[in-house]
Design a protein around this ligand. Structure first.
Ligand code: ZN
Ligand code: ZN
Length: 371
């Protein structure tokens, strides 16, 4: 799977953006040692399971990538524009290379390193190690067109997977949560998923009141709320969607909380614009739920960023700092959970812009009773 050259130039442009950010946040730091594998992929295209990257503040000093002997062919295909430092201890190898090249102060990703790894790195000596946090994650918040396309493809795969099992009558009394989850996952693979974005949630009846219920052998019954939260991965990028159905016949309370959540989701999507404070976007949805008397039953944040990881920056919660940026991809996923009875969540993955957000998850979100 050679990376097309478009990917390579995108990765090079990202390294240039990182240089600028590094200079602004940490003046005097000569280079950043990138050890988070997702960040390594983002900045180089390399997808191996052992790798690190050295990005200099001064581009002229020449960025380098490191991996071990298992990946020499792959790294050449995916990141052939970067000189390779072959090492099993990739961070140590790059730090030694940085020292040799005259680097004095080298930043490292404090959130991506264990204490043991840090000790080994410190033992290399010859440089001052400077802790940094969230440098690459902040860049990843704003998606380029290729990234949005990949997330859109992942969302389309999830839409097709759900459409398949709906058409096949899989979400029906007598099936188990586990059965529905596995069938949906196979349908997503058949629709083109490279992987499942996270463990599929299928929660029926009272289990639907548990926000992150893991599928069990519980049997779907007529009259149940069935909440399904799932996603696919395409080209390394994730999708995230939740739909909630009623089986057979709906009771008034089910319809009532569904309508409240649907209104909250609409309010959240309406508020999700570039420049909006993340906490205000959460608040727009939360107000709708609180006004209906269910404020205590919306027990999580409104959403999160989606990209190379299923949960990434920005956070869209009541206490989230910061504003939504043009080009961010986030979920909007309000829920109302009534312990012991059932719950409803409606979740969509959307692209933030100056205008109305673009919804990438297309499955119908109107109240649906499955017969
Ligand atoms: Zn989800
Ligand atoms: Zn989510």
């Amino acid at each position: 799977m050679p990376a097309p050259s478009a990917d390579r130039s995108a990765a090079a442009a990202r390294r240039d953006r990182l240089r600028a950010a590094l200079g602004a946040a940490h003046p005097g730091v000569d280079a950043l040692l990138v050890t988070d594998l997702v960040n390594v992929r983002y900045l180089s295209g390399f997808t191996g399971s052992n790798g690190a990257l050295l990005v200099w503040a001064d581009a002229a000093r020449g960025d380098r990538i490191s991996t071990d002997g298992r990946y020499t062919v792959q790294v050449g295909e995916q990141a052939g524009d970067l000189p390779l430092v072959l090492a099993r201890d990739v961070a140590g190898g790059l730090l030694a290379a940085a020292t040799e090249a005259g680097g004095k102060r080298i930043g490292f990703e404090a959130d991506a390193m264990s204490v043991g790894e840090f000790d080994r790195l410190a033992a290399v000596g010859g440089t001052e190690l400077v802790r940094t946090s969230g440098m690459v994650e902040a860049l990843r918040e704003v998606k380029d067109h290729g990234e949005v396309d990949a997330i859109a493809s992942a969302c389309a795969v999830a839409d097709r997977g759900l459409a398949t099992i709906l058409a096949d009558g899989v979400i029906a009394p007598g099936r188990t949560e586990r059965d529905v989850a596995r069938t949906l996952e196979w349908a997503m693979y058949a629709a083109g998923a490279a992987a499942i974005a996270f463990e599929t949630i299928v929660a029926t009846g009272p289990n639907s009141a548990v926000p992150h219920h893991r599928p069990t052998d519980a049997v779907l019954r007529r009259g149940d709320l069935v909440k399904i939260d799932f996603g696919a991965v395409v080209d390394g990028y994730h999708s995230d969607m939740t739909r909630t159905f009623v089986l057979g016949a709906a009771q008034d309370w089910q319809r009532e909380i569904y309508d409240v959540v649907a209104d909250a989701a609409q309010a959240g999507r309406d508020a999700a614009r570039a420049g909006a404070r993340a906490s205000d976007v959460d608040g727009a949805a939360r107000r709708v739920i609180a006004a209906a008397g269910y404020g205590d039953n919306f027990v999580h944040g409104l959403g999160h960023g989606v990209g190379l990881q299923i949960h990434e920056a920005p956070s869209v919660g009541a206490t989230a700092a910061g504003t939504l940026l043009d080009g961010a991809v986030v979920t909007v996923e309000p829920g109302v959970y009534l312990p012991g009875r059932g719950g409803v969540r409606i979740e969509d993955t959307v692209v933030v812009s100056d205008g109305p957000c673009r919804i990438l998850t297309a499955t119908d979100r109107t109240f649906t009773v499955l017969d």
